[in-house]
Design a protein around this ligand. Structure first.
Ligand SMILES: *[C@@H]1O[C@H](CO)[C@@H](O)[C@H](O)[C@H]1NC(C)=O
Ligand SMILES: *[C@@H]1O[C@H](CO)[C@@H](O)[C@H](O)[C@H]1NC(C)=O
Ligand SMILES: *[C@@H]1O[C@H](CO)[C@@H](O)[C@H](O)[C@H]1NC(C)=O
Ligand SMILES: *[C@@H]1O[C@H](CO)[C@@H](O)[C@H](O)[C@H]1NC(C)=O
Ligand SMILES: *[C@@H]1O[C@H](CO)[C@@H](O)[C@H](O)[C@H]1NC(C)=O
Ligand SMILES: *[C@@H]1O[C@H](CO)[C@@H](O)[C@H](O)[C@H]1NC(C)=O
Ligand SMILES: *[C@@H]1O[C@H](CO)[C@@H](O)[C@H](O)[C@H]1NC(C)=O
Ligand SMILES: *[C@@H]1O[C@H](CO)[C@@H](O)[C@H](O)[C@H]1NC(C)=O
Ligand SMILES: *[C@@H]1O[C@H](CO)[C@@H](O)[C@H](O)[C@H]1NC(C)=O
Ligand SMILES: *[C@@H]1O[C@H](CO)[C@@H](O)[C@H](O)[C@H]1NC(C)=O
Length: 401
């Protein structure tokens, strides 16, 4: 993997409907408060935008008394503005530190996506401490993401994915780094940093370390700085491979995790693989090639019925090989170059009709080689070298096929 490419990110628990339903509740008509209206008009007055292209902002009108009915504005029952949807309004000015926007203290939802700011994210946003949803995606903001944003501890959703991921002017998370940035954001469930420059954080940021384990990882978004066409999407993929500077361990996997693929290959991840791996019932690909994992391969692996590709080679796994009988889709199994011991029994692979590749080489496996392993019809490659097997292989021809 290209070193400038870093995949990660994650989408955290809490169904979206819970977030959204909060707003539907308040959609009943309400009385516009004078101060809120005046703040909205001040905000409108301070922004530059193309009134022929702006669908919402341009229509805000002093003469319409009910500001809660203005496009893009949502109030609560008391008439406080709680949501502003100003995405795609062609806004090209910056937002002053003293902007009226930051006095809309009741705001829970702010969307400034798809504008043309081309300045830094205004620090005043950090004053909107009731925000649960902040969307600055493709808004044109550039430079370091301000520390002030970390004051938004009620955030559930934060979208910072920028417009020009290739340009030098994209958003950066250097200081604060990601870990500090979200350390108090205990509610955060969705974080979109697709395209944000995180390159300077590699040595510090560990995606599944203790500081993040309080967040329940539900599914993963792939971050790909080099691929503009990869729009932010919920891919259920965690790919941190080929990043030797990344170290960490896996405390546990979330229940009902929807991860389909995990790759930590060629990283410095260590420790044991938690038994809760079996929570990832959708897991089909698990690559831990060339890391520093130790301890047993959990027997709960047997419950991963959707597993297709498993590569644990070049680690320090010990103990015996778990049974894969229930992983009926398993095609590729590489456990080579570990410290695995014990006997191979029919319960290991019998009935696995998709198995194409088995590599158990360079372990401490012993006993007599079971006949059945040569009788798996789908098998194209079987590597058992450098173990402690005894006895003779009766039907070597078939094995060589
Ligand atoms: C923005 O609004 C214009 C119309 O004013 C529309 O054509 C365009 O698709 C919108 N873009 C996004 C990203 O919503
Ligand atoms: C806004 O405030 C920040 C931090 O206090 C400061 O660095 C920046 O220059 C201010 N911007 C403007 C336009 O005054
Ligand atoms: C933002 O908060 C800071 C510190 O709490 C305060 O000094 C500043 O006046 C606030 N800005 C606005 C626009 O409310
Ligand atoms: C942010 O806003 C844009 C434009 O409205 C939208 O396409 C995108 O899905 C939003 N992001 C999130 C996380 O809601
Ligand atoms: C998080 O909260 C602690 C305790 O209130 C505080 O000391 C720390 O500065 C906060 N971190 C950030 C990044 O705001
Ligand atoms: C970019 O993403 C698209 C769609 O996800 C994919 O088809 C394409 O191969 C990717 N290109 C590179 C260079 O990764
Ligand atoms: C790998 O992790 C170990 C601790 O687990 C650490 O001592 C070592 O420096 C790390 N190596 C690199 C290249 O980061
Ligand atoms: C897990 O998901 C299944 C269906 O996908 C659901 O029936 C079950 O209640 C979920 N369990 C938890 C703990 O969320
Ligand atoms: C494993 O850890 C040891 C020391 O903790 C380190 O020297 C070695 O490079 C690591 N191996 C990998 C593949 O990261
Ligand atoms: C893993 O095993 C190798 C070879 O036995 C050893 O050099 C290395 O230090 C071990 N790594 C860990 C983290 O135990």
């Amino acid at each position: 993997m290209n070193m400038t490419t870093l995949y990660f990110l994650w989408l955290f628990l809490i169904p979206l409907f819970q977030i959204l339903s909060g707003y539907h509740i308040f959609l009943v008509s309400s009385q516009c408060l004078d101060d809120q209206k005046s703040l909205l008009l001040q905000l409108k007055g301070s922004l530059q935008y193309d009134s022929t292209l702006s669908n919402e902002l341009a229509k805000w009108n002093e003469k319409t008394s009910e500001c809660c009915n203005w496009d893009g504005v949502t109030c609560d029952l008391s008439g406080h503005v709680i949501a502003l949807e100003l995405d795609n309004q062609t806004i090209s000015s910056g937002i002053e530190n003293s902007s009226a926007l930051f006095s809309l203290q009741y705001l829970e939802r702010l969307n400034l996506a798809y504008n043309r700011f081309s300045v830094g994210i205004p620090v005043g946003i950090g004053n909107l401490t009731n925000l649960k949803y902040l969307n600055l995606s493709n808004a044109g903001f550039v430079g370091q993401i301000p520390m002030m944003l970390s004051r938004l501890t009620k955030l559930v959703t934060l979208d910072l994915s920028p417009l020009f991921p290739y340009s030098n002017q994209r958003l950066k998370l250097e200081n604060p780094n990601l870990r500090h940035f979200i350390e108090n954001s205990t509610e955060l469930r969705e974080l979109y940093l697709d395209g944000v420059d995180l390159s300077s954080l590699r040595t510090e940021w560990c995606p599944i370390d203790e500081s993040l384990s309080k967040l329940q990882i539900l599914s993963i978004i792939r971050l790909d700085q080099n691929n503009l066409s990869t729009t932010v999407q919920f891919l259920e993929i965690l790919d941190l491979s080929n990043n030797k500077l990344l170290s960490g361990s896996i405390p546990s996997f979330p229940r009902n995790g929807s991860l389909r693929m995990i790759s930590l290959s060629n990283t410095n991840f260590s420790g044991s693989l938690p038994e809760s791996i079996s929570n990832l019932q959708s897991l089909s690909r698990l690559e831990l090639f060339n890391c520093n994992f130790t301890g047993p391969v959990p027997s709960t692996m047997a419950n991963l019925i959707n597993l297709v590709h498993l590569d644990f080679s070049l680690n320090n796994f010990t103990g015996s090989i778990p049974y894969f009988q229930r992983s009926m889709k398993l095609a590729h199994l590489d456990l080579s170059c570990n410290g695995l011991a014990g006997l191979l029994s029919p319960a290991h692979f019998e009935g696995l009709s998709e198995l194409v590749y088995i590599n158990l080489g360079n372990n401490l496996l012993n006993g007599i080689l079971p006949e059945y392993i040569f009788e798996i019809p789908s098998l194209q490659m079987l590597l058992l070298n450098s173990n402690q097997f005894v006895g003779q292989v009766n039907d070597f021809n078939r094995f060589e096929q």
